[in-house]
Design a protein around this ligand. Structure first.
Ligand code: NDP
Length: 249
């Protein structure tokens, strides 16, 4: 099945690197006009925008902190001003501040919850009314296997990712009657900058414990997101799609 997003507009938070970048590229390849946000990687943002435009894709690169409510409103408005609608919203921006609870500071907690969970509220709130008025839209929020299983040293991260699942189910119930769908993709262990710093031992242990016996690629996540964004998933809402090689079954 070919997934067709021609004529659709999409906004992806944290699009410059890793999973977000692969999502931006996949949505563009499926025919969407794509806007993406980023926090600080201006060179990567410029390079991605140039790559997409060279392929004839309309693109916006928007700098800002996803945890900032005003930035979220401005980013959604920029998409509507440029293209008249916001059809797909992917909340991908996320960070880790891993440490055991005994050492976890209030700042470790706040920055992870603000970046990973408050950002989802910010962007969904900004897109809520436009999608409601359009009577259509697809919201895809990126959680994590850890939001379902928990993980020692990641209480802040796991709480933020579990929160995304409850939030998304609530949004799906609120907006289903308006034709707006809201789903979660929960990645497992994916090779990106976020996991590059783990020791080889930890990576080996994780890979051998994954039923499919390999870490995932950003493209594995991007294809699931593209499916949920498309009309091929027209009857799916409130779902958490695990893309983790079998880690959390
Ligand atoms: P990376 O660290 O590789 O990339 C993070 C992206 O998010 C970058 O584009 C970064 O922008 C952006 N970003 C970070 N903080 C902010 C912020 N405050 N405002 C706006 N943008 C921000 O992460 P991954 O690609 O690995 O992860 C993407 C998502 O997938 C995250 O939500 C993560 O929790 C989730 N995930 C990842 C897994 C993995 O194994 N990698 C597993 C499960 C879930 P900039 O380049 O400007 O810093």
């Amino acid at each position: 099945m070919t997934l067709d997003l021609s004529g659709k507009t999409a906004l992806v938070t944290g699009g410059t690197r890793g999973i977000g970048r692969a999502i931006v590229e996949a949505l563009a390849e499926a025919g969407a006009k794509v806007a993406f946000t980023y926090r600080s990687s201006s060179d990567a943002a410029d390079a991605l925008k140039a790559e997409l435009e060279a392929n004839g894709v309309e693109c916006l690169a928007i700098q800002g902190d996803a945890a900032d409510t005003a930035h979220a409103g401005e980013a959604v408005q920029a998409v509507i001003d440029a293209w008249g609608s916001i059809d797909v919203l992917v909340n991908n921006a996320g960070i880790t501040r891993d440490t055991l609870m005994i050492r976890m500071s209030e700042d470790d907690w706040d920055i992870v919850l603000d970046t990973n969970l408050k950002s989802v509220f910010n962007f969904c709130k900004a897109a809520y009314r436009p999608m409601m008025k359009q009577r259509g839209g697809s919201v895809i929020n990126i959680s994590s296997v850890v939001g379902v299983t928990g993980n020692a040293g990641q209480a802040n991260y796991a709480a933020s990712k579990a929160g995304i699942i409850g939030f998304t189910k609530s949004l799906a119930r609120e907006l289903g009657g308006r034709g707006v769908r809201a789903n979660v993709v929960a990645p497992g262990f994916i090779s990106t900058d976020m996991t590059a710093g783990l020791s080889d031992d930890v990576k080996d242990v994780m890979s051998t414990s994954i039923p499919l016996k390999r870490p995932g690629n950003p493209e594995d996540i991007a294809s699931a997101v593209t499916f949920l964004a498309s009309d091929a998933a027209a009857y799916i809402t409130g779902h958490t799609l695990h893309v983790d090689g079998g880690m959390a079954m």
